[in-house]
Design a binder for this molecule. Structure first.
Ligand SMILES: C[S@@+](CC[C@H](N)C(=O)[O-])C[C@H]1O[C@@H](n2cnc3c(N)ncnc32)[C@H](O)[C@@H]1O
Length: 369
């Protein structure tokens, strides 16, 4: 197969063989690398080592529903399925990398303990409400004995930050309280450190789930105050590397990028894709589907680009590296190209490789026109 891009012409997908152009190179069979994206046609386990460290990983692999060749039949096999990938993501991630894990609610619940054991910390769950049209006419209310499911979820994780202390390793939330206690000052004095009435103790030094990590400049203020008024024996306060007081840069390098959009919540409503965005190339979209007409959607459950843009723009900066290990139609990568990020995507199944590649290529051509 031959593909033309404005700046290069090359052959790829099954048996990628040649590349021409100044800015592109095939680093080994199956890989295409250029200024806009990396695409690997094969098992992503063979590609990870060639990819730059991710700023965000967008995952929608096995759901335990026979959704694609290689998906598990039930959720029982999911932890085993994700294990090798999670181990690699753990090693490849920066302290500021996020993981966006799409799945069914029970699929996610099954894998969650493994995800947390491999360096990630739960942040929040986004619910995709697909609307009543998703099940309309399809439900026998007398026999199913449950509410019809019209949702799937996407769970956001950040890296778990663990700090060494003489009393053993502590995660960020406990570590902040631990450091403050070394001052010998009451918790309420941390408000004075920040120059507020009660925000500091309530949000930054609380035990409960309403806790959030203070921005770097706030933590630095608390450290300076602790040094000035706290016990000398506790110095240096809030030491990221164990030896010196924290700086705002130290602290911010541990935190993931976040670009807030006013009004956007954790429930995202959108019907299953039907219009132009839906990729239709005939064939069966999943092993469990019966339909196989030319008008059949190529993917049973294609993710809306709009959702992918939300994820990519919220959690990465311009030029950020997005990993999409289980490409399907490479929706996160298309969004990444649109937003001037750098996607690294793999797809193992030849049926989807062509469609995924075309989508990314079209998008990158638009950007280079
Ligand atoms: C659930 S689908 C992703 C669909 C995606 N939501 C979309 O919008 O297109 C998962 C995809 O990952 C691919 N896949 C599974 N294991 C893989 C692996 N080890 N390496 C590369 N691709 C893999 C499957 O072939 C399938 O197309």
């Amino acid at each position: 197969m031959s593909y033309a891009v404005r700046f290069v012409t090359f052959r790829l997908i099954s048996g990628i063989s040649a590349v021409r152009g100044v800015r592109d190179k095939v680093i080994r069979p199956g890989h295409v690398v250029n200024d806009s994206f990396r695409f690997y046609s094969g098992n992503v386990l063979d590609a990870y080592a060639t990819w730059p460290s991710p700023d965000a990983v967008v995952s929608y692999g096995a759901y335990g529903i026979r959704g694609f060749d290689g998906d598990t039949v039930g959720v029982g096999g999911l932890a085993e399925w994700y294990g090798p990938h999670l181990k690699i993501w753990d090693k490849a991630a920066k302290p500021s990398t996020t993981l966006w894990f799409w799945n069914s609610e029970i699929g996610w619940a099954t894998v969650h303990p493994l995800i947390e054991s491999l360096g990630w910390k739960y942040v929040q769950t986004i619910v995709w409400n697909k609307g009543i049209g998703h099940i309309a006419g399809n439900v026998n209310g007398k026999t199913i004995s449950r509410f019809p499911v019209v949702s799937e979820i996407c769970v956001l994780y950040q890296r778990k930050a663990v700090f060494r202390t003489p009393d053993g390793p502590l995660e960020a939330q406990e570590w902040l309280r631990y450091e403050w206690k070394l001052t010998g000052l009451p918790l309420s004095r941390s408000n004075e450190a920040r120059g507020v009435k009660n925000a500091a103790t309530w949000k930054y030094l609380t035990h409960d789930w309403l806790w959030y990590w203070p921005p770097g400049e706030m933590e630095v203020k608390m450290a300076k105050y602790a040094t000035k008024y706290g016990e000398k024996s506790g110095r240096p306060y809030f030491p990221v590397d164990g030896s010196r007081e924290i700086t705002a840069d130290d602290r911010d390098s541990l935190l993931y990028e976040w670009h807030h959009v006013h009004g956007l919540t954790t429930v995202w409503s959108k019907n299953l894709l039907q219009g132009e965005e839906r990729v239709r190339r005939g064939g069966k979209s999943a092993p469990r589907c019966l339909s196989r007409s030319q008008a059949s959607a190529l993917r049973f459950n294609q993710k809306p680009l709009e959702f992918m843009r939300r994820i990519v723009s919220a959690s990465t900066a311009d030029g950020g590296v997005i990993w999409e290990p289980f490409g399907g139609l490479a929706s996160a990568s298309v969004a990444a190209v649109q937003l001037n990020r750098y996607p690294c995507v793999a797809e193992i199944n030849e049926k989807f490789q062509r469609a995924a590649f075309d989508r990314i290529l079209d998008e990158s051509k638009k950007r280079h026109q």
